[in-house]
Design a protein. Structure first.
Length: 204
């Protein structure tokens, strides 16, 4: 196995261990054993446990750079259509990879005392915010969204809504509404909040 393939396999195993056991339960020896290599070989690729965790963070960041929509998603006709594609991408992403939210939560907690992880996660979230801001700016410029919309603040609010919805799934309370229901409500909320009055009435 090539070195890059081995490092990728080690990161995938570490990711799964974090999802199952949390960061505190991550053991370099256990990861090496499952990867079929000795600990010295693993430490060649990731000299410390922290370096291994940083490898997982970088892998998560790369995953977010690719869409989970079908290979040829429909071309958005408006900024609002494009925003709805973001909702659908999130639904598919977290539906197909329920462990992702667990790992992200673990990493966010760790980032408060790990500057490197904080920097990588910060870059990931900043890229997401800029992407949403671009969509919102397009909507304002094309006259679909409210002219006075603060696009950066609106992007941050939408991010918080996404994280809150999937956070309920992580909590796992039996009384929590299904994610699909919550995303449907989010769509209605976005229609009323972002669209001009006449479009909000006619959308959907």
């Amino acid at each position: 196995m090539a070195g890059s393939d081995r490092a990728r396999a080690v990161v995938e195993i570490a990711y799964r261990h974090i999802a199952e056991r949390g960061l505190e339960g991550l053991r370099v020896r256990a990861v090496a054993q499952e990867a079929g290599i000795n600990q010295a070989t693993l430490l060649y690729h990731f000299p410390t446990k922290e370096a291994l965790i940083q490898g997982v963070v970088a892998s998560v960041g790369r995953a977010f750079q690719t869409t989970r929509l079908p290979a040829e998603p429909p071309s958005p006709q408006s900024a609002f259509d494009e925003l709805l594609l973001e909702v659908e991408d999130a639904r598919i992403r977290f539906g197909d990879s329920p462990d992702l939210l667990v790992v992200l939560t673990e990493l966010e907690i760790r980032s408060r005392r790990d500057e490197v992880i904080g920097r990588i996660l910060g870059s990931l979230y900043e890229g997401w915010r800029r992407h949403l801001s671009r969509i919102l700016t397009r909507g304002v410029e094309e006259g679909d969204f409210r002219a006075e919309l603060d696009v950066d603040a609106a992007a941050a609010v939408i991010m918080a809504q996404f994280k809150g919805i999937f956070g309920l799934r992580l909590a796992g309370s039996a009384g929590d509404p299904a994610v699909d229901r919550l995303l449907s409500e989010l769509r209605l909320e976005l229609e009323g909040w972002l669209l001009e009055g006449n479009r909000a009435k006619g959308a959907g």
